[in-house]
Write a protein that binds this ligand. Structure first.
Ligand SMILES: Cc1cc2nc3c(=O)[nH]c(=O)nc-3n(C[C@H](O)[C@H](O)[C@H](O)COP(=O)(O)OP(=O)(O)OC[C@H]3O[C@@H](n4cnc5c(N)ncnc54)[C@H](O)[C@@H]3O)c2cc1C
Length: 291
């Protein structure tokens, strides 16, 4: 399939990119890795009048701890997450997720910003950034603003981002001691989108009691599903079989999957519960210093 005709721009600054988006008044799209947008255009499910390619904007691809945050620039490739020793050590949930995103070809081009902004319930990074309590830094015609990840996802392919705004950075609170996290996913075949996925982030005290918990789910709702009640029920507890079962039950109750080629509703819901258990167990082991 061939996409309809469009204009192409490659701005060299965020301000220039925002001005272009503004000029097209909602009819232009940001182009990052293109691995989600271009297929949609080929199917004519997206028909932007112009593409604003942000790949030539300098200093938008980086990954570093600074001023209390892990900061990930929007055009950082998902493959870079997999290669990072810092993430493997302190934010292994992102290594887990990157490992599960498609294949090396997709990871070499697909960006963190694109994965986060696309709003596809099958994307793996949104659940991770929700569980980690991230904030999204965006810039638009009125300047920069921050949007908590928990307020970013509205519906399938619908986010809080205005059509004239660009995501510049994902800000994740810097890892604390006794923090552990994990992402678990099942797929029909290697490299596929999730049947279901679960992201868990825990901070425990010296006695193993949970101080903070974050949980979110992939592929089991119109957009990423925060499992807020399941996470809240864990705070103050020492994780036991009863707590795991309760968290799985509450997480399942938060889901709203649709039946499709990846499985029927009941199966996806049950898998969400199974994966929440596995993600919590691994997150706890990591919080206690395991791998
Ligand atoms: C075969 C295949 C398998 C895949 N499997 C998986 C998988 O298992 N898990 C998974 O998570 N993903 C998967 N993907 C999707 C892949 O990870 C995409 O790369 C990702 O979803 C989008 O990133 P991108 O950089 O390619 O974004 P693009 O396709 O360029 O853009 C996607 C959307 O985000 C917007 N956008 C991008 N960057 C910004 C920004 N900085 N600011 C504002 N808006 C922006 C674009 O305008 C567009 O609407 C797969 C893709 C393919 C082709």
């Amino acid at each position: 399939m061939i996409p309809p005709q469009f204009e192409y721009y490659a701005p060299s600054s965020v301000d220039e990119a925002v001005a272009l988006l503004r000029r097209f008044d909602g009819e232009a799209k940001v182009l990052a890795g293109g691995h989600s947008l271009i297929p949609l255009m080929k199917l004519r499910l997206a028909e932007p009048k112009a593409l604003v390619d942000i790949n030539r904007i300098p200093n938008l691809a980086y990954l570093r701890e600074e001023d209390g945050y892990l900061r990930i620039g929007a055009t950082t490739r998902t493959g870079d997450l997999l290669d990072s020793a810092l993430l493997r050590k302190s934010y292994p949930i992102l290594t887990d997720a990157a490992q599960e995103i498609a294949d090396p070809l997709v990871r070499n081009l697909g960006t963190v910003g694109g994965n986060v902004c696309h709003g596809d319930p099958g994307n793996d990074l949104p659940a991770c950034i929700l569980a980690l309590g991230a904030v999204l830094a965006v810039t638009g015609p009125t300047g920069p603003r921050e949007i908590p990840a928990a307020e970013f996802y509205r519906d399938t392919f619908v986010t809080a981002l205005e059509p004239t705004e660009i995501l510049t950075e994902v800000r994740i609170p810097k890892a604390r001691s006794h923090q552990g996290n994990a992402y678990q996913k099942i797929e029909k075949r290697v490299g596929d989108f999730a049947i279901a996925g679960a992201a868990a982030n825990l901070v425990v005290d010296g006695a193993g009691r949970i101080e903070t918990a974050g949980l979110a789910l992939t592929g089991v709702g119109p957009t990423v599903v925060p499992a807020t009640a399941a996470a809240a029920a864990l705070v103050g507890e020492v994780l036991s079989e009863t707590h795991l079962a309760n968290a799985a039950r509450l997480a399942e109750a938060a889901t709203d999957p649709s039946g499709d080629l990846r499985g029927p509703v009941a199966y996806k819901r049950a898998m969400a519960g199974v994966l929440v258990r596995r993600a919590l167990e691994r997150a706890l082991a990591r919080a206690k210093g395991g791998s």
